[in-house]
Ligand binder design. Structure first.
Ligand code: SAM
Length: 190
């Protein structure tokens, strides 16, 4: 019942690290078609399916259209790197803060490995600006990247902003792909 196989990567990371808990506010960057948001909706209890547990919220953003999903608030046709999108999220988030930022974003691959890598690293670095504005102190960020020459730059940026940064390679990622995730925990707000 997931919209996309990518759900299994998040489920696997969740199994081990448990970022998403009932009551948390989540921003899902590059959310289309919505499988990660489906996982997040269940975990944070944003539909209130479990009335005994705290009710969280999920905001999904994508350049593309995202079909509606109960428990999620989607901002379709938006660029997450744009300050206008940040402002819109700030208005919508309870207390103007998110607990978790998820990003499975990827640019349209050109097939030129280094170029694709650089573009995705730039997108991930822009998530640090989003975090500066909207992530609560102590919050976490999970972001996909393609490994390459600038990986260390991204890691350094994350390490400045978070206490703990780990590289994660879910088994559900195809073995031959250079796809990895950084899991950055305990945000220190500057
Ligand atoms: N996690 C999603 C799921 O489980 O359904 C799949 C995400 S897909 C691999 C990557 C998405 O990132 C694409 O839909 C793409 O449109 C989106 N994307 C790329 N650049 C973006 C940007 N600047 N702002 C918002 N979304 C972006």
């Amino acid at each position: 019942h997931f919209r996309c196989r990518s759900a299994f990567k998040l489920l696997e990371i969740e199994e081990k690290y448990r970022l998403l808990k009932p009551g948390l506010s989540v921003i899902d960057c590059g959310a289309a078609p919505g499988a990660w948001s489906q996982v997040a909706v269940q975990r944070v209890n944003s539909t209130g399916e479990r009335p005994d547990l705290a009710r969280g919220c999920v905001f999904g953003i994508d350049l593309l259209h995202i079909a509606p999903l109960q428990g999620a608030h989607f901002l379709s046709n938006r660029d997450i790197t744009s300050p206008a999108t940040h402002a819109e999220l700030q208005e919508l988030l309870p207390q103007a803060y998110a607990d978790v930022i998820l990003s499975d974003m990827a640019p349209n691959a050109t097939g030129l490995r280094e170029l694709d890598h650089e573009r995705l690293v730039c997108m991930c670095l822009s998530l640090l600006e989003l975090a500066e504005k909207l992530l609560r102190p102590g919050g976490s960020l999970l972001c996909k990247f393609w490994d390459g020459a600038l990986t260390h730059k991204l890691r350094e940026g994350l390490t400045r902003a978070f206490q703990d940064v780990k590289t994660v390679k879910p088994k559900a990622s195809r073995k031959e792909s250079a796809e990895l995730y950084f899991l950055a925990r305990t945000f220190r707000k500057t």
